[in-house]
Design a protein around this ligand. Structure first.
Ligand code: 13P
Ligand code: ZN
Length: 271
């Protein structure tokens, strides 16, 4: 059996959480990541018949029964994942009942998966229903995106449009736009259900005055989505209080989408 600390999926979790911490997005225990794994990937590093603990999830994720995930732990700091992956991460498998997580590795101090597991697993179910290759769900508190939540209307069309205007490539990176939820109590099944509903339509969902969720096929794609939103939000926050002299027009955004062969939310443009 190979050493799991060298597994590419553990390395990716370490590198990504370190990167997010370095960017200032994940203060203290802020943020969480879940990453869908193949059984074969896991079996190269772990005896998949050996369950360390069973942890009830408090919601039904039956469509994910038998599926494996590596998930950040609740209360754990992204700052610390790299130096102690086995305490800060866990590999779980969803049991046939759909409501139990079987712990195969990690949470070494007796801990458990993120309190946002409902939003993560429900988002995985929603994204897999529209994209069978989706593997990653990421939640974080990016500074400028969060700042923008306080000064910009929390309206999907307006929020997306403002961000599309801030960097030429935004419309190419997230042509499907950004779903927006009002402030809601986090860590609940209700916010999980609301997030998953949006995830059927969007790969990015803002949680009003809290943070953002991203979903994608790879860690890079998912990180890149959020990174691009955050860059655009930063430009918005650097310019929102200044007289606006120039902008990218809606017709120009449409021509970018056409050139790059992506189908954008045309109802978010005024053509
Ligand atoms: P966890 O520590 O439970 O992952 O929660 C962090 C967070 O960002 C809550 O939204
Ligand atoms: Zn959060």
């Amino acid at each position: 059996m190979k050493n799991i600390l060298n597994a590419p999926f553990v390395r990716e979790m370490c590198e990504t959480t370190a990167n997010m911490y370095r960017l200032g997005w994940d203060e203290r225990n802020g943020g969480n990541i879940s990453y869908l794994l193949d059984e074969g990937e896991v079996a190269a590093y772990l005896d998949v018949r050996k369950v360390l603990r069973e942890i009830p999830t408090g919601f039904d994720a039956k469509p994910l029964a038998g599926k494996y995930f590596i998930v950040t732990g609740t209360g754990k700091y992204f700052k610390n994942v790299e130096k102690d992956p086995e305490t800060n991460l866990g590999v779980i498998r969803i049991k046939e009942d759909g409501t139990t997580a079987q712990l195969l590795w990690g949470y070494r101090d007796g801990g458990r998966f993120t309190s946002e597991l409902p939003a993560h697993l429900m988002s995985h179910m929603a994204r897999l229903s529209v994209d069978p290759e989706n593997r990653v769900v990421m939640h974080t508190h990016p500074t400028h995106t969060l700042a923008m939540n306080y000064v910009h209307e929390l309206d999907e069309k307006k929020f997306t449009h403002t961000l599309w205007e801030m960097c030429t490539e935004c419309i190419v990176v997230f042509p499907d736009g950004i779903g927006v939820l009002p402030w809601m109590l986090c860590g609940t099944n209700a916010i999980g259900e609301a997030t998953a509903e949006k995830m059927k339509e969007f790969r990015l969902v803002v949680w009003g005055m809290h943070g953002i969720y991203g979903a994608g096929r790879t860690m890079d794609e998912t990180f890149g989505l959020i990174e691009t939103v955050e860059k655009a939000a930063q430009i918005y926050m650097l310019t929102a209080h200044l007289p606006r002299k120039n902008t990218i027009r809606d017709g120009e955004m449409k021509s970018l989408a056409d050139l790059f062969g992506v189908k954008c939310r045309e109802d978010f443009l005024d053509l």
